[in-house]
Design a protein around this ligand. Structure first.
Ligand SMILES: Cc1ncc(COP(=O)(O)O)c(C=O)c1O
Length: 395
């Protein structure tokens, strides 16, 4: 099979139907719990949201979990709760989704990029140190593909400069660092429950923290910054006061019902994702020019993405690889076009290509292969066959 012509060069595609790079996994039971929630008293934020938050807080081992409408709004709230504002600088990675930087930008603070450690593909603590100024207030590292960033190194920089740390753990829910769940690190950790993430609530996000004041602030901002029991109005039960600029980032009990049911399957999801990553690792050992994901450092990662780097030895570049895989009906993706390549960050903050060489070198070869809990071994083997064909064609 592997010496057959790739579809891009005239052969037949490996698959007839498209295999997506990510997908939700929803059972009939999960559909039922969402319908049950619709029949409850609350279909906006109610007791099921609280139950979902408590389960996540317990699982992660922290005191507070605050559910929000998305990972993006979780980052907005976390940045606001941290007090980021005009004139403040917040250091983050360029190899991420735009929302990571929005912990700063939504709060009118300035996102400052620092280069990555190319092994982990996450923020390099030394590069972060170089970007610290007297205006630096925060640090937003991202656990790329589910592999924890250098938590110790980054917390040391934060300690030296009194920075608030918000971990973007959108990829990493369900993983562990030094035996501890991702999410238990200070000051705040946030997750996304978008359908391609490790569990889903449709759209959804969460911020977790051990800090009581931050949790209070997060809850208030999520719901209009409303004081529902202002002092001096005990005999006016209707009297509620907006005390600041708040938001409506409330999630619904329907979403939380789905989230609770998905939590029950988290171990199953992890097992499947681990098995797929292992199968890829073994298959790609013998293929030249393809760098597989980094060896975990002090971690049991939740494999959110299986991101490889296509190097010179492969025989074609990343662009040819992606287009050829699409012609095989394999839905690969690239995570991410670095943030300093985006016109928004260039025009607003003066970034340009060429500023972060490690990020750019990794980006040039980066491709995420399909990885999700609905994939069976035959799906994985289709991906491997497509890669083998392409490699054989270019040797
Ligand atoms: C690293 C990272 N940060 C933030 C987000 C934003 O999450 P959401 O799509 O739930 O707003 C995503 C997901 O797209 C992400 O992958």
């Amino acid at each position: 099979m592997s010496d057959e012509l790739p579809a891009h060069y005239g052969g037949d595609p490996v698959r007839e139907s498209v295999l997506g790079y990510g997908s939700q996994s929803i059972t009939d039971h999960e559909k039922e719990v969402v319908v049950d929630a619709l029949e409850g008293d609350y279909i906006t934020r109610g007791p099921t949201v609280e139950k979902f938050e408590d389960r996540v807080a317990d699982f992660v081992g922290v005191d507070h979990a605050v559910a929000t409408t998305s990972g993006t709004t979780a980052l907005h709230l976390a940045g606001a709760a941290a007090g980021f504002g005009p004139g403040d600088e917040v250091i983050t990675t360029p190899l991420t989704f735009a929302s990571t930087a929005h912990a700063a930008t939504y709060n009118d603070a300035t996102p400052v990029f620092a280069d990555i450690d190319s092994h982990r593909r996450t923020l390099d603590p030394d590069a972060v140190r170089e970007q610290v100024t007297e205006d630096t207030e925060g640090l937003v590292p991202m656990h790329y593909a589910g592999h924890p960033a250098d938590v110790e190194g980054l917390l040391a920089v934060a300690d030296d400069h009194d920075l608030t740390v918000i971990w973007d753990a959108c990829h990493a829910f369900g993983g562990r660092w030094q035996g501890e769940p991702i999410g238990s690190q200070r000051d705040m950790v946030m997750f996304s429950f978008h359908p391609v993430k490790n569990i889903t609530t449709g759209e959804g996000g969460m911020v977790v923290t051990d800090n009581d004041d931050l949790a209070d602030r997060l809850r208030r901002l999520r719901s209009f910054d409303m004081n529902y029991n202002p002092e001096g109005h005990d005999d006016e039960p209707w009297y509620q006061v907006t005390e600041g600029l708040g938001y409506n980032y409330n999630v619904t009990d329907m979403q939380a019902a789905l989230g609770l049911a998905q939590l029950d399957r988290l171990a199953e999801f992890k097992q499947r994702r681990d098995a797929i990553a292992n199968r890829y690792d073994k298959a790609f050992e013998e293929i030249e020019g393809i760098r597989t994901p980094p060896e975990p450092v002090d971690a049991d990662p939740m494999y959110h993405l299986y991101a490889v780097e296509i190097g010179e030895g492969f025989g074609c570049d990343r662009k040819a690889f992606v287009n050829a895989m699409h012609d095989e009906n394999i839905g690969v993706q690239v995570h991410y076009v670095p943030l300093h390549y985006h016109s928004y960050f260039q025009e607003e903050f003066g970034y340009d290509r060429g500023q972060f060489p490690e990020t750019e070198a990794v980006y040039d070869g980066l491709v995420s292969l399909p990885l999700h809990a609905e994939m069976d071994d035959a799906d994985v083997d289709d991906v491997v066959t497509a890669v083998r064909r392409l490699s054989a064609y270019h040797q």
